[in-house]
Design a binder for this molecule. Structure first.
Ligand code: ANZ
Ligand code: ZN
Length: 826
């Protein structure tokens, strides 16, 4: 008896699937199911993380296919982006060649994995027929006032002379040359995602099939906070500034004000005073620090006094004006009212610089002494030292303070979001050009829709070594263009878009990928959207998963989409670790390549090993032992069919028999029951993506099969037929082969409808009912398994032994645990 001959088998079935057009998306779906895995960045060949993610999607897609759904299961490539340029600089090939080459390699591997993609719908974001529509989306946002240009402080490496993405700054150091990164103010393009903050937040409540942790991460990222703004007056000047606070009840406790170093006021206040040098030095220092360093709880807060004072318009008190880098320029107003008694950061700051501490909230029934405090009292309580608001509970008092400020015109209620607008311009070559033109006379003019795409120049040798400005700025033939409005010579915007713009709408292109007139037709969108199941990594929780919700909402608002949320259900798969529990990565040299595994074991063995090793949403350790186990399992199955199938092929149809009414032996009957219990469990597991328990159930079933003497040939065929069907989504190539050995009722096992379990079979006939009095076991009795709670209760109360024990005691309560136990409380 041989082992599973994957070389012969797997390729044969992949060819058959192709010939049958098994994974081709139906034109007009009756019962649609859109299953999507996050597409891939083509940086080489696919790795085990891809293998896992795409296998998960494949199991589900095949399962729904067998449930007669019309499936859309597409794939594509997130093909623009930095690594292509980096590789191009290193190897001296152009990013396009490098990228398309990687796509070809990875696609070939994925086809070998046999994933059920409709390859006719493949999208590649760096192809003009795709990025034309990425540019179209930019124009739509621009039309709606959701794309705008503004100055922003960006990361700048003075030695590389380039702008860096946040991800390229590690602890304030440039990833390439290791010199300190500074900030530069440059004009950049933004998408106004903040205009959707409220909806992005509220609609999370609709997403009942998204993991709770992703929703929590998005809520925190959006970071809604309700509070107030107060105006302050600068002494010796008639200028005002505004602070944002979540604790208006502490306004009388303000003893200083802290300004972010980037705020224009910071340097302005000290100008021409003896404090000027200290302040400007501090401002420069602060710009070298990362946001994390500045706001971390563990680093000591520092700052400089500006020598100036401001007037708290509510309390009438005079307070010191400081510059401090724990204040972030981009949150609230960039200026904080310092309340040392009730805010921990302010407390540390005041202690360090001997700034007064004034208590304005007491804990209920207690009285704080500022000189004795070792930390801030941050909870709510009773207001004091607060003029007319003394004695009020602080929550209520805070509102009163704001109402008072509104009356005086010196304050207001204010909602703030942590979410910032999305900076989407990159001074890079390998991206979708921003479809805008700058004209001396007309200003910024959008490229007319009819002139899309704005092609990335390829003919000329583009020098994409970063120089601090976009490489496209130096490509004359690209840059120079007639102004669409006045016809004078003007210049194209030289920046390209963040790759996350490309990936914010790819799920929409799949519904109509060959449309050359529109990004997708509204009809196709209606047929297929939303995504029914989206599978991908948790690392995208506050990036891509927020962006694609945003773009979906924008297109919904402009009438392009039937839904305002992109995905009904989200599933986050876990990471793949090596034998020692370390993340697989090229730099650690511990990667296992899917190609190597397939050469050695074929597809289905690594597939079973991966699916069995852990629940799909948990980390999985990839071990040789796991592969050996899967090999034994697969070979065992294969041998059974090799041995028995030839003797069963000729038997007639076995699927529609009433097996419990046939003359099966008791052992065969038990196996029949086990089969249907397994079918029920697996059906559940495939819906919940718990593939490890599904495979465990098949293993158990196989064990019982081994212990059962089967004399009834038709029943054996029925059993093997059912087993192959249950195995099909999990080990598709193997299952096809088993199906064929049994006589192949259909050209593919995936043309068979997923079987229904027999409800009569899954119940055991009898159970042993445990009867307790006050939690102590007093009797056991065999009863029929399908009795109701009421019937079980009566049996228990009327049990001979129990009746005696109860002996007219008063029964307080009877608790029934279905199918197991009755507890009588006396
Ligand atoms: C005074 C105060 C008193 C505050 C007190 C808190 C407690 P969230 O909840 O995150 O919105 N803040 C405001 N703008 C800031 C900025 N640009 N950088 C750093 N901190 C800033 O936090 C709002 C609180 O963070 C505000 O309320 C302000 O400090 C501070 F007993 O104002 B609070
Ligand atoms: Zn013009």
């Amino acid at each position: 008896m041989g082992s599973y001959p994957f070389e012969e088998i797997e390729h044969k079935w992949q060819k058959r699937w192709e010939e049958l057009g098994l994974f081709k998306t139906p034109e007009v779906p009756k019962k649609k199911m859109y299953i999507l895995e996050m597409f891939a960045y083509p940086s080489g060949d696919i790795h085990m993380g891809h293998f896992r993610n795409y296998t998960i999607g494949d199991v589900v897609a095949r399962y729904y296919l067998m449930n007669n759904y019309d499936i859309l299961h597409p794939f594509g490539w997130d093909a623009f982006g930095l690594p292509a340029e980096e590789a191009a600089i290193k190897r001296n090939i152009d990013p396009k060649t490098w990228t398309l080459n990687n796509i070809n390699i990875s696609r070939a591997t994925l086809k070998r994995v046999g994933i059920s993609y409709d390859w006719d719908r493949e999208v590649i974001t760096c192809n003009p027929d795709y990025y034309k529509w990425t540019q179209w989306i930019f124009l739509k946002l621009y039309e709606k006032g959701l794309a705008y240009q503004a100055e922003a402080a960006v990361n700048w490496c003075p030695s590389c002379k380039t702008v860096l993405a946040n991800e390229q700054v590690e602890a304030g150091i440039c990833w390439r040359c290791k010199s300190p990164v500074t900030k530069r103010t440059l004009t950049q393009w933004f998408f106004k995602i903040t205009a959707y903050a409220e909806r992005l937040l509220n609609d999370l409540d609709k997403l009942s099939e998204w993991p709770e942790n992703v929703k929590i991460m998005q809520r925190n990222w959006i970071g809604k906070s309700q509070g107030a703004e107060f105006d302050f007056l600068i002494e010796d000047s008639n200028k005002k500034f505004t602070v944002f606070t979540t604790r208006p009840d502490t306004i009388f406790g303000v003893t200083f004000v802290a300004i972010a170093p980037e705020h224009p006021l910071a340097t302005e206040l000290a100008r021409g005073t003896p404090y000027e040098k200290k302040v400007t030095d501090y401002v420069h220092q602060a710009q070298l620090k990362t946001e994390i360093d500045r706001t971390s709880e563990v680093t000591e807060k520092d700052g400089v006094f500006t020598g100036r004072y401001a007037l708290n318009l509510i309390s009438g008190e005079r307070v010191q004006l400081w510059v401090a880098d724990y204040v972030l320029p981009s949150y609230g107003t960039g200026i904080v009212m310092g309340v040392p008694a009730h805010d921990e950061r302010d407390f540390q700051f005041a202690k360090k610089y001997q700034i007064p501490i004034k208590v304005v909230i007491n804990p209920p029934g207690e009285s704080l002494d500022a000189t004795m405090m070792e930390s801030a009292y941050v909870d709510h309580g009773i207001m004091l030292n607060s003029g007319q608001f003394d004695g009020l509970p602080s929550e209520e008092g805070g509102k009163k303070v704001v109402e008072y400020a509104i009356g005086k015109g010196i304050g207001r209620f204010q909602v703030n979001y942590r979410l910032r607008d999305w900076l989407i311009s990159r001074q890079r070559y390998w991206g979708a050009p921003i479809p805008m033109i700058h004209c001396d006379d007309c200003g910024v003019v959008p490229v007319p829709e009819t002139e899309l795409p704005v092609l990335l120049p390829e003919e000329e040798k583009v020098d994409f070594i970063p120089k601090g400005r976009s490489p496209l700025e130096d490509v004359e033939s690209f840059r120079r263009v007639k102004c669409p409005r006045c016809g004078k010579m003007a210049s194209r915007d030289p920046d390209t878009m963040d790759t996350f713009v490309c990936s914010s709408w790819y799920h929409l292109r799949y519904v109509d990928p060959h449309n050359s007139k529109e990004p997708f037709s509204k009809e196709q969108a209606k047929l297929w959207l939303p995504i029914d199941l989206y599978i991908g990594g948790i690392e995208h929780a506050t990036g891509h998963l927020l962006y694609f919700r945003f773009i979906t909402k924008v297109l919904y608002d402009s009438g392009w989409l039937p839904v305002d949320e992109p995905a009904i259900r989200l599933f986050n798969h876990g990471m793949v670790l090596d034998e020692n529990g370390e993340v697989m990565s090229k730099s650690k040299g511990n990667v296992v390549s899917p190609v190597y595994l397939m050469d050695k074991y074929g597809v289905d063995i690594p597939r079973i090993a991966m699916l069995f090793a852990a629940p799909s949403d948990k980390e999985v350790r990839w071990t040789d032992e796991g592969v050996r186990g899967a090999t034994r399992f697969v070979n065992r199955i294969y041998r059974i069919y090799e041995q028995y199938a030839p003797t069963l092929v000729q038997l007639p149809e076995v699927s529609n028999k009433k097996w419990l009414e046939q003359d099966l032996s008791p052992a065969e009957q038990r196996l029949y029951r086990k089969l249907h219990q397994t079918l029920k469990a697996i059906t559940h597991d495939l819906n919940t993506l718990e593939f490890n328990t599904a495979i465990a159930a098949l293993m158990e079933l196989l064990n019982q099969y081994d212990r059962t003497e089967i004399n009834h040939k038709e029943f054996l065929k029925y059993f093997l037929r059912s087993f192959a069907l249950m195995l099909a989504p999990l080990a598709p190539h193997l299952a096809e082969e088993l199906w064929a050995k049994l006589g192949a009722e259909t050209p593919s096992i995936f043309k068979v409808t997923w079987p229904e379990y027999d409800p009569k079979a899954i119940h055991e006939d009898e159970i042993e009912l445990v009867i307790q009095i006050n939690g102590k076991i007093r009797a056991r009795q065999k009863v029929s398994a399908d009795l109701s709670d009421e019937e079980l209760k009566n049996i228990a109360l009327n049990h001979e032994k129990i009746e005696k024990l109860l002996d007219n005691k008063k029964v307080k309560r009877v608790i029934v645990v279905k199918g197991r136990l009755v507890n009588i409380v006396v």
